[in-house]
Write a protein that binds this ligand. Structure first.
Ligand SMILES: [Zn+2]
Length: 411
């Protein structure tokens, strides 16, 4: 009769499976012997764990390492074909859905514009129909769906999968996990857009292996994903990181924010603030290529248009973006003084024009930081630009599988 494992042995094995899978995710390609050295597990245990992960299709063998002495060793890596994942980003004025493989490579995607003044039922129905299309795409590729991750512009009760409050959408207490899992039958996760993007940068992007960093999501709102000591810091109620609503006074007159308070950081550095500044310059009849663009393209003023104008050296367009960078830099200084991060990563829709904001962000961050911490922080643009939170939805699912590999069945 085969020996039955005790509950404790089963638990230890699950923890070790996760340990090996995470190591492969971070360091691949590696050999079984290298895994044994790094994890401190004995070689036969590592072989058995690797066999298990191979059977689940989560990893694959990839070539032989014949460098160094001794027998050449087979190298292992994460299997991109382990399955597909659906990522959903609910923005304030758009919804995006992507289908990726297990290493976050996009296989299919679609984005629609939404209007925050529409009923939420309508926006959700449009988004669910995009999700159905992504499921069709997975079926056509004969790809096994592993889960769905949803990122949203507001505070989330991640245990319950409920969007508790999205100030820029005026949505409250929406049971998004239930809505999306009922529609798809998939294991579903919901998280705040900046938190999701921070997980994406940590797993796949510019913050791999970085223990202390902050992801700043900049779009209609400004939110932060705070990675502290290797983990996402969520605060007592999971609401940490609402950095855009911390007040900054600096050189700006107090304006009223969507949240009802006055003087919030995001009011000076968000998308609307840039559009408003540019519109003011245009109303003052300052010289700019933008009026010509508006009449040629027959579309209203947008961030991408201001970026296009900046690309052809339109001084006023460059100035509108740089001014938002001043406010952004003051906000970054506050983060630096409180958290002393190694990196601050700018992502979300405004990251597309980030190159024009970075110089003033860096200058004002240093100016308003208390000590050398300010000059040591690296300010970077997201690896995923405007898609950081979309890839964030994917990353939440991958992160859960890295923690609990046994949820993926043996093949
Ligand atoms: Zn506010």
């Amino acid at each position: 009769m085969p020996k039955k494992r005790t509950a404790n042995q089963t638990y230890v094995r699950e923890v070790n499976l996760s340990l090996v899978l995470r190591h492969l995710h971070n360091e691949a390609p590696v050999s079984r012997a290298q895994i044994a050295v790094v994890t401190g597990l004995n070689k036969s245990t590592v072989s058995s764990l690797v066999e298990d992960l191979l059977n689940r299709g989560l990893i694959r063998e990839n070539g032989i390492n014949s460098v160094g002495q001794g027998r050449p060793a087979t190298l292992l890596e994460i299997n991109p074909g382990a399955g597909c994942i659906i990522g959903v980003q609910l923005g304030v004025d758009f919804a995006a859905v992507a289908l990726t493989d297990f290493v976050g490579k996009i296989q299919w995607r679609q984005t629609i514009e939404t209007n925050p003044s529409e009923a939420k039922e309508q926006i959700l129905a449009q988004t669910l129909s995009l999700v159905s299309k992504a499921m069709d795409a997975a079926r056509q590729k004969q790809c096994n769906l592993l889960g769905l991750g949803l990122s949203v512009p507001g505070t989330v009760d991640i245990e319950q999968g409920v969007l508790t409050f999205a100030p820029n959408l005026h949505w409250q207490n929406i049971p998004l996990r239930k809505i999306f899992s009922d529609h798809t039958g998939l294991k579903t996760f919901v998280d705040n857009d900046a938190n999701a993007a921070a997980i994406a940068e940590h797993l796949f992007g510019v913050a791999r292996q970085i223990k202390d960093f902050i992801f700043v999501f900049a779009g209609v709102g400004i939110g932060g994903g705070l990675f502290m000591n290797g983990n996402l810091y969520r605060g007592k109620n999971g609401f940490a990181g609402e950095i855009g609503h911390s007040p900054i006074i600096g050189d700006f007159p107090p304006l009223t924010c969507h949240c009802g308070n006055r003087g919030c950081w995001e009011t000076y550095a968000n998308k609307d603030s840039i559009l408003h500044r540019m519109q003011t310059y245009l109303d003052e009849k300052r010289s700019s290529t933008i009026p010509e663009m508006i009449s040629d393209q027959n579309v209203p003023l947008s961030i991408s248009m201001i970026k296009q104008a900046a690309d052809v050296n339109d001084d006023n367009a460059i100035h509108a973006l740089a001014e938002a960078g001043v406010a952004m830099g003051q906000g970054f200084a506050g983060l630096t003084n409180i958290f002393n991060p190694e990196k601050i990563i700018l992502g979300g829709p405004l990251a597309n024009a980030g190159e024009y904001m970075l110089p003033s962000i860096e200058k004002y961050m240093v100016k308003h930081s208390l000590n050398e911490a300010g000059s040591q922080v690296q300010v970077l643009l997201s690896s995923f630009g405007a898609d950081a939170s979309l890839i964030g939805g994917i990353a939440i699912v991958v992160d859960d599988i890295l923690s609990n590999p046994i949820q993926v069945e043996r093949r």
